[in-house]
Write a protein that binds this ligand. Structure first.
Ligand SMILES: Cc1cc2nc3c(=O)[nH]c(=O)nc-3n(C[C@H](O)[C@H](O)[C@H](O)COP(=O)(O)OP(=O)(O)OC[C@H]3O[C@@H](n4cnc5c(N)ncnc54)[C@H](O)[C@@H]3O)c2cc1C
Length: 484
């Protein structure tokens, strides 16, 4: 793993659009590039005929915007949401280049993603719920991001909707505050914005990827212009998150055991002082450790919990000392301190947080296939313990070993594979990992119904994404934690 663990959690590709030189000039002004409408059409989804209005094509001239949408545009009403909250769907043109690259596709025509307005200059990480914007002569308000359904798969191909959601390049629905008309090249003007309202990127991230983050969910509920159906959904998510989460703020913990994993890596077992009970956690969640007391000069760092969610007398974190990139610089502050910590020393921690790596509801019969490298084993080991507690548990763990292996964690992973007939562990040296996709096929890993979790260096993750493409695993689900 090259010694420097700086993981950050990303789901199937980092969100942050970086415009190419060609699109920079387009996004300097906010404007409508194309107005698109379409009729209703029948498609087959899971052997069922359903109506969709996702097929849209550009139209010339000025198009009236009425309270429920664009003139000439068919509406298929979603079951759960008021039609006024999704009257007009806008999608940033900046994302077209991304999808063209990602899908290795020829340029897409405007309206490809089912949007009424293909726009430039307004991206999901700046647009906020409740923004009021003038498009042409109509005044529209941002209602919510698009959460795609299976109809997008019918339009774009199998599994596209999960890629779309994971990328957070989802576009947004608008409600009509003042009717008017729109046309190609109209400017878009921001009339009103509440800077405390969540951005669309935050909204999708918290509702779909960090739905255990009670604080984040609370923040979404502050949005004044949140539509009622979303308010209900978020309140239900918050209730579940609170039921599963621990305390607010920081609690003091004591190191009750330390195991050296290798020369620069230690596993610390942390017990809450005064024997307070620990909050439950899920595989893949983390603790934030705070050094420097409650002072203004504290250092906060995240560490994956590497112990079993079924064992709640201590939390275990596994920390590698982050070496300085050159001799004149200091080593990592927190990791150096933690690696040197002795039994009996104390530190402050948050309750476990972050998205769990496994969701039995969405896993839907798929087989978890966990791919790790170096310290990437830490969150995956805790996930393996969680999977072991499920009925009819099955899992594959592929671990690429390197120079600084966390020996104790690997020993536990092997023991898990030994005692569970349907757990399989493959250990490979980096040189054999080149052909790792083929090796998985040879060993009978069901790539077409796998639920992949990858944790390792950025190189390792990229290599595996390529391997999985070559091995034909596009239909699988992929969640990534990058350490590197
Ligand atoms: C979700 C998540 C999970 C994580 N899980 C784990 C885990 O399980 N185990 C683990 O070990 N880590 C984990 N991390 C990483 C961890 O949070 C810390 O980032 C890591 O320990 C380094 O923190 P530090 O305080 O030691 O380093 P810092 O003090 O933040 O230093 C970082 C690097 O910068 C270098 N540096 C210092 N000064 C300079 C300078 N002036 N110029 C250039 N470089 C400089 C340091 O030498 C060091 O290499 C995780 C991170 C995340 C986000």
């Amino acid at each position: 793993m090259g010694g420097l663990p700086v993981p950050h959690e990303i789901r199937a590709g980092a969100f942050r659009f970086k415009p190419s030189a060609a699109t920079v000039s387009l996004i300097e002004t906010m404007r409508i590039l194309s107005v698109n409408v379409g009729g209703s059409r029948e498609v087959t989804i899971k052997d069922r005929a359903v109506q969709t209005s996702i097929y849209k094509a550009p139209v010339a001239g000025r198009i009236a915007v009425n309270r429920l949408g664009l003139q000439g545009d068919a509406r298929i009403e979603p079951r759960t949401m008021g039609p006024e909250h999704h009257a007009v769907y806008a999608y940033p043109y900046e994302h077209y280049a991304h999808w063209q690259r990602e899908l290795e596709h020829a340029p897409f025509p405007m309206g490809q993603f089912g949007e009424n307005l293909t726009i430039a200059g307004l991206l999901e990480d700046e647009v906020r719920i409740g923004d009021v914007l003038r498009f042409g002569t109509a005044v529209l308000q941002v209602a919510h991001p698009r959460i795609p359904c299976a109809k997008l798969n019918a339009r774009m191909g199998l599994q596209f909707s999960s890629m779309f959601l994971a990328s957070r390049r989802v576009g947004f629905y608008l409600r009509v505050l003042q009717e008017g008309d729109v046309g190609e090249n109209d400017n878009i003007e921001l009339l009103q914005r509440d800077p405390d309202s969540p951005t669309l990127e935050e909204f999708v991230r918290i509702t779909h990827h960090e739905y255990w983050d009670a604080q984040g969910l609370r923040r979404l509920l502050q949005a004044r212009e949140l539509m009622p159906a979303w308010r209900e959904t978020i309140e239900a998510k918050l209730e579940r998150a609170l039921a599963a989460s621990g305390w607010q703020g920081l609690r003091e913990f004591e190191v009750v055991r330390r195991d050296m994993e290798c020369a620069d890596t230690v596993s610390l077992y942390l017990k809450c002082i005064r024997d307070r009970p620990l909050a439950p956690f899920r595989g893949g969640q983390r603790l934030t450790v705070v050094l420097g007391g409650r002072s203004a000069h504290q250092h906060r760092r995240a560490y994956a919990i590497s112990s079993s969610p079924c064992e709640l007398s201590t939390y275990r974190i596994t920390v590698r000392r982050m070496a300085a990139p050159e001799a004149s610089l200091p080593d990592g502050i927190v990791s150096s301190r933690l690696v040197a910590m002795e039994i009996g020393e104390r530190l402050l921690c948050t309750a476990p947080h972050g998205s769990p790596l496994h969701d039995p509801e969405t896993c839907g019969g798929r087989v978890p296939v966990l791919l790790s490298q170096g310290l990437g084993i830490a969150p995956l080991l805790s996930l393996l313990y969680e999977l072991e507690a499920e009925p009819a548990a099955a899992a594959w763990l592929f671990h690429e070993s390197g120079d600084h292996e966390p020996r104790g964690l690997l020993h536990e992973a092997r023991a898990l594979a030994d005692r569970n007939p349907d757990f399989h562990m493959i250990e490979a040296a980096p040189e054999t990992a080149e052909r790792a996709g083929a090796e998985l096929i040879r060993r009978g890993v069901p790539l077409d119904r796998a639920d992949f979790r990858i944790a390792g260096s950025a190189d390792f993750v990229e290599r595996w994404i390529d391997e999985l493409k070559i091995a034909g695993a596009e239909a699988s689900i992929l969640v990534v934690q990058r350490f590197g």
